[in-house]
Design a protein. Structure first.
Length: 455
């Protein structure tokens, strides 16, 4: 969706009639600006419910100080950009106002006009970006509503929905487990964007993707000069997520030595950047995920028991796709519609034969693998309908796939024989020896194979 900015509302708070006129003229050079002028601080405060994007504020007002007005503006809407315009050139005053939230500080002199025009334009861009971020977050929040982001009607996924409904009501830690490709990050985003923190950052960190020597800096930040290459202070992911949610994916891969520091940070809700002595407090909700069995990792001595219990919270185990019955078809259709729309392919349907074939497969790569299968089939199909022959399974676990497919004993037998015949160039005597059955049995099975449709 293209972002279309609304007219920018600007308040001018100035008691000097000459400066009032000049400031209004500067602000109205852009016809998209809606300008209101106030001669004192109390009148401005009375109209803050109109939520101006930019306020130019005279520091010396007849009724109350500019500092009081600034604080009132920030209480009403922290996102409002306040440009203080003052005849004072006191550095301490300027620094003090900037510390409590002023966007800029401009002194009244012959350069005021040009500096103010630049400040308004920059403040306007800043406000526009913030509004766009808010809108994008709202759109993302809609995308991750449960019914839109998590497709399925099976009993297994309904149990997940029940736990999600409980998870969004509080800030309790949530530990998400499941095989690779089951959608752990989707679940984490659904929790965040349906919680009270949805307007704040969601920061995802894949522990397995970060080298061990960088993970501490990535999570907790560092000071300038803390180590070779640390050219400037850098905030870590916990600071970036302040007020929102941090998602620690593949937490089971974290080095056990760093686990002790993570435990302390979580318990104290404060951290020290590498190379720094200052304690930095933060407020984040913690979600973790892993494909490992952390209880087993604790027994093996590779995961701290105290950290395990600290992170357990509400445990949500995502079912593998093979255990979700006809959800496979619902998800396949959803993925197909998205892919067709993104690539302007028109409406593509799944034939009954294609659906049957999809339901029989075991999906060792889960939803991620199904997505690849569906996208390839959409490209390969004719007449905008996916047929059975358009579906290709390229699993890396293909040879060990037999027990993951749902078939009858007879179908399993046929498949095993066919597999060994293909592997050994149709050498019936060799296959009979390897499977410890008579060659006549193999010939009989081969004949039945030809007679059985689809086998």
């Amino acid at each position: 969706m293209e972002y279309i900015p609304e007219p920018v509302k600007i308040f001018i708070v100035e008691d000097d009639p000459v400066y009032q006129k000049m400031l209004r003229y500067i602000a109205e050079l852009n016809p998209d600006h809606v300008v209101k002028v106030f001669s004192n601080g109390k009148d401005c405060i009375a109209h803050l419910n109109e939520n101006p994007s930019v306020v130019t504020l005279d520091y010396s007002l007849p009724d109350i100080t500019g500092s009081e007005v600034l604080k009132a503006i920030k209480r009403n809407n922290p996102e409002t950009n306040v440009i203080v315009v003052s005849s004072q050139e006191d550095i301490n005053t300027a620094v003090g106002l900037l510390k409590v939230g002023a966007y800029d500080y401009i002194t009244k002199d012959e350069e005021t006009k040009d500096r103010l025009l630049n400040a308004i334009n920059n403040a306007k861009k800043n406000a526009s970006l913030k509004e766009e971020i808010i809108q994008l977050r709202e759109e993302i929040g809609e995308k991750y509503e449960f019914e839109k982001s998590i497709i399925g009607e099976s009993k297994a996924i309904q149990n997940v929905f029940k736990l999600l409904a409980k998870a969004i009501k509080t800030n309790i830690t949530v530990s998400i487990t499941g095989e690779t490709g089951t959608g752990k990050e989707v679940i984490a985003k659904a929790i965040h964007y349906n919680s009270a923190r949805k307007g704040k950052p969601f920061v995802a960190v894949n522990i397995a993707a970060i080298p061990d020597n960088l993970i501490e800096s990535e999570l907790f930040g560092h000071e300038k000069g803390a180590f070779t290459g640390a050219m400037a202070r850098r905030k870590g992911k916990f600071e970036e997520a302040d007020g929102g949610t941090i998602f620690l994916d593949e937490i089971g891969e974290m080095d056990i030595n760093l686990q002790a520091k993570l435990l302390r940070v979580i318990q104290e809700r404060e951290l020290n950047r590498i190379g720094g002595n200052e304690s930095v407090k933060f407020d984040v909700r913690i979600l973790v995920a892993t494909h490992k069995n952390l209880a087993e990792e604790v027994k093996n001595g590779t995961f701290r028991e105290d950290l395990y219990y600290r992170l357990l919270g509400i445990p949500i185990e995502l079912p593998p796709l093979r255990d979700r019955d006809k959800d496979i078809i619902l998800i396949a259709k959803h993925l197909l519609n998205n892919f067709a729309k993104e690539n302007s392919l028109g409406k593509i349907s799944l034939s009954r034969g294609a659906q049957t074939k999809l339901l029989k497969y075991g999906y060792p790569g889960n939803v991620r693998e199904l997505k690849s299968i569906i996208e390839l089939a959409a490209v390969m199909c004719e007449n905008n309908q996916i047929e059975e022959e358009d579906i290709t399974f390229n699993s890396l676990a293909k040879e060990g796939q037999f027990l993951m497919d749902e078939m009858t004993l007879k179908e399993y037998t046929f498949k095993i024989i066919r597999h060994f015949l293909d592997k050994h160039d149709n050498n019936v005597l060799l296959v009979a020896s390897k499977l410890d059955i008579g060659k006549s049995s193999i010939y009989r099975y081969l004949k039945e194979m030809e007679e059985e449709e689809g086998i």
